[in-house]
Design a protein around this ligand. Structure first.
Ligand code: G4P
Length: 534
């Protein structure tokens, strides 16, 4: 991640108080429950349970959403904003299913930090590791929440060791659990010398917080039974000796993660985690762009689209482009330049997502995520500015891992199919390739489930039943190099060539051997598995 110069002047207070982050976790670790509690403490909802309840109400609106429900996965990502103490939080939701990793990756380009939720009994699971690696690519600061401590869980040192060894990151305990499972009492807050006791009577009640002047304070004995207290003292002493102390710079560099232990469902440990995000940060960070870095305190507004979502309001068939504001103070109605087309765009109905309701955003600041309803002008990677021709970098498109051809059940409706596929390509839900030879499209996705989602959406939104069928290809690579060389290469490999939805040349094959051969025989040609979104 880019760092602001240490000597740079402080950010304006409205920007400095913003915290824009995502939660990464393996399915079932407790991300939804934790989100609910964030909103509860953020005052965005009155009662925990509403995120789910509203989610379910929403899901009944279409069969596509029903599919999410049946499979227990969240296909679409969204953003939510809420206030907590002096801070303004923007929480960007990431789809948890591995088939949607590209979407998740791009979501992570829009945040400044991530919370990693792990299940205290299961430790670091496969999806956590994958998502962590994505955060690592950007050196994102990570806060860890070890959830479900009210159940039988692993030994605290074992959990910490596993994170350190598996993910190669230093771990600093911000709190220390007292007892496990049924005996779990709460935590000792190592950063503030406080005892946090969990209430089992009411899941939405915040824990009792008792100030303690250190582990020898006799006050502790009033609350923690002898054997548990001995164990706590012994473990904390060991932890302080063996584990690194909190170092804010190491945290901001992404090399150290503070860990809190808690139980999201019992609202336990959640506020401490939120206080951690607030006080450790980071503030909105600078963004890489061509031809210069964009600093959040620049007065001119700029931002980039990291996600396009359809279907948020089936009645209007609109799409919402999610824009990460990178600089400036945005006001509703502003005319911004859509850099890709060069055209001005009046942003008159920007939306802020407060809990699960939408609200018109009268203003927004660097760090915020706003939704811009549009009819297809805005694509992933697009920049909006107050006039400058900027291009934000680091928003990649990945080569799909699965390729299939697609056919409309009714051949008379081929045009509708073209339209549907183009829409999904623009949303980033699939890659679309037009082979040089032959008719039809080849659709590329990262995970097999995406074909099902696409088929179901094309039928639902366009009334068009479609069939996906295997092709002779399994890999696609973008072809770059001097134009004459690329043209010559394409001419002699016509059967393997296609154009993506931006017209860029793509080489398709089923054999790694072919890719190696091209690299050997055509030294001027580069085959890439990623492409920067333009
Ligand atoms: P996810 O979004 O990461 O997939 O996880 P989610 O929050 O949906 O939680 C997965 C399951 O774990 C849910 O149970 C949830 O209630 C439970 N859970 C979350 N936090 C805690 C915790 O701190 N302690 C315990 N014991 N359980 C927790 P479920 O039975 O799948 O769903 P539900 O019927 O409770 O809604």
């Amino acid at each position: 991640m880019l760092d602001r110069d240490h000597n740079a002047p402080a950010l304006p207070p409205e920007i400095a108080r913003r915290r824009t982050f995502a939660i990464i976790s393996h399915p079932d670790a407790g991300k939804t429950t934790l989100t609910e509690k964030f909103l509860l403490y953020g005052g965005a909802i009155q009662m925990a349970g509403q995120v789910r309840a509203k989610g379910e109400a929403r899901r009944t609106r279409s069969d596509f959403m029903k599919m999410e429900q049946d499979r227990g996965i969240s296909v679409s990502a969204s953003a939510m904003s809420f206030e907590f103490r002096d801070y303004w939080f923007n929480l960007v939701d990431t789809p948890g299913h591995s088939d949607f990793s590209e979407d998740t990756y791009r979501t992570l380009t829009a945040v400044d930090a991530a919370i990693m939720v792990i299940d205290g009994a299961k430790g670091v699971e496969s999806q956590t590791r994958k998502l962590f690696e994505v955060c690592r690519l950007r050196d994102l600061p990570i806060l860890t929440f070890c959830n479900k401590m009210d159940r039988e869980s692993r030994d605290t040192f074992e959990i910490i060791d596993e994170i350190q060894e598996n993910l190669a990151i230093d771990v600093c305990p911000a709190s220390w659990p007292i007892g496990v499972g049924r005996e779990f009492l709460g935590c000792y807050d190592l950063l503030n010398d406080r005892l946090e006791l969990m209430s089992r009577a009411d899941r939405n009640v915040k824990a009792d917080s008792i100030s303690i002047s250190g582990l020898d304070d006799p006050e502790l004995e009033k609350h923690v039974p002898g054997p548990l207290l001995d164990k706590l003292r012994e473990e904390v002493e060991m932890a302080r000796e063996l584990l690194p102390a909190f170092d804010r710079q190491a945290f901001l560099d992404g090399t150290l993660t503070p860990i809190w232990f808690g139980s999201a469902i019992n609202s336990f440990g959640v506020q401490e985690l939120m206080d951690g995000i607030g006080s450790f940060g980071p503030e909105p960070q600078p963004r890489p762009a061509v031809s210069r870095q964009i600093s959040p305190d620049e007065t001119k507004v700029s931002g980039f689209v990291f996600k396009v979502q359809a279907n948020m309001d089936p009645k209007h068939r609109d799409r919402v482009a999610f824009l990460r504001l990178c600089a400036g103070h945005f006001k509703r109605g502003m005319k911004l330049k859509h850099v890709r087309s060069g055209k001005p765009m009046a942003v008159s109905n920007p939306v802020l997502f407060l809990a699960s309701d939408r609200e018109l955003a009268e203003e927004a600041w660097a760090g915020d995520i706003i939704g811009i309803p549009n009819h297809g002008q805005l694509r992933i990677g697009d920049a909006l500015t107050e006039g400058e021709d900027l291009r934000f970098t680091g928003i990649p498109s990945f080569a799909p891992e699965l390729l299939q051809s697609v056919r409309a059940g009714d051949p008379m409706k081929a045009k509708h199919l073209d339209k549907a596929l183009t829409q999904f390509a623009e949303e980033g839900a699939a890659k679309l390739f037009k082979p040089m030879i032959g008719a039809g499209w080849i659709v590329g996705v990262v995970g097999a489930l995406q074909f099902e989602v696409l088929a179901s959406r094309i039928e639902l939104e366009y009334g068009l039943p479609v069939r996906f069928e295997p092709t002779q290809f399994t890999s696609a690579r973008w072809v770059t190099g001097p134009k004459d060389k690329v043209d010559a290469f394409a001419a002699s490999n016509k059967g393997h060539m296609a154009a993506d939805s931006d017209g860029a040349p793509v080489y398709m094959t089923r054999l790694q051997w072919d890719i190696d051969r091209v690299e050997r025989d055509y030294p001027d040609i580069k085959l890439s598995a990623t492409k920067e979104m333009l």
